[in-house]
Design a protein around this ligand. Structure first.
Ligand code: ZN
Ligand code: ZN
Length: 263
């Protein structure tokens, strides 16, 4: 049994295809998914999925890349983060990849938004879903300043071994996506090889980043076993063992009941 610890399913075309998405999940033995929120405007649609289906959960947060939409206040994040079946704050973090002519100094609004999310997570006692791209130094520095006692995951990990080590030292989990299966991702596979089993998660980040052999197609939670299969080669165990361990890690981090028990 596998868990997709990070997917985006609230877009209209996904919602319309939900019976197919869910039957493909069942066939692939993907029994649970965490549906991730990226804007305040999207929250209701994400939350509705978690309320409708007892094997979906939701996060509450605003992605670092979204600019010009409603800025989340601490109070709003506390409100949304307290709703039933909301188990995480995020995705949040820093993304300096698309600066589009802006300087890193210009991205103070991202850093402030990240701090607000960390404070809300700390108050709520819920884990953070961290997105970091081309910004790992600032991401780690802000976490060290604000994140005492806060748990979470560095999702869709693509950073170096040094960043992985720092994230683990902060007590965070590391989640790998389909990128791990890409031919040019040898450095990332070398990192994944030594990340401790009890800190690993797997995800699709649907609809993006479909793993080999679906690369270039629309990704979906049913594809997460391909990430597990790649990890199992690196770890020298079975894909089922990766599924079992990452599912247990998911339950522990997001404070969920074990699979099969009442939600
Ligand atoms: Zn992300
Ligand atoms: Zn995402």
């Amino acid at each position: 049994m596998y868990v997709d610890s990070h997917c985006h399913l609230s877009m209209a075309d996904f919602v319309e295809r939900m019976p197919d998405i869910r039957s493909a999940m069942a066939e692939a033995r993907v029994d649970r998914a965490l549906v991730i929120c990226t804007t305040l405007e999207e929250f209701d649609a994400v939350h509705a999925l978690a309320l409708q289906y007892d094997n979906f959960w939701a996060s509450a947060g605003v992605h670092p890349d979204t600019e010009g939409l409603k800025e989340p206040s601490y109070e709003e994040l506390i409100d949304l983060g307290s709703r039933p079946r909301v188990v995480a704050i995020g995705e949040t973090g820093l993304d300096y990849y698309r600066l589009n002519g802006r300087s890193i100094a210009d991205m103070a609004w991202q850093r402030e938004r990240f701090r607000v999310h960390i404070r809300a997570a700390r108050t709520l006692g819920k884990p953070l879903v961290i997105h970091t791209r081309s910004a790992s130094d600032d991401t780690l520095a802000i976490l060290r300043e604000e994140g005492a006692g806060v748990q979470g995951v560095f999702h869709c990990f693509t950073e170096t071994a040094e960043v992985a080590r720092a994230a683990l030292d902060l007590g965070f989990h590391i989640s790998f996506s389909g990128i791990l299966t890409f031919r040019n991702a040898q450095d990332l596979r070398d990192v994944a090889r030594w990340v401790p089993m009890d800190r690993l998660l797997i995800e699709t980040d649907s609809p993006y980043l479909a793993p080999v052999p679906f690369r270039g197609k629309v990704n979906q939670p049913a594809y997460v076993p391909h990430v597990a299969a790649q990890l199992s080669e690196l770890k020298g165990c079975s894909a089922e063992e990766i599924g079992r361990v990452t599912s247990a890690n998911f339950e522990r981090l997001f404070q969920l009941p074990a699979a099969g028990s009442a939600a």
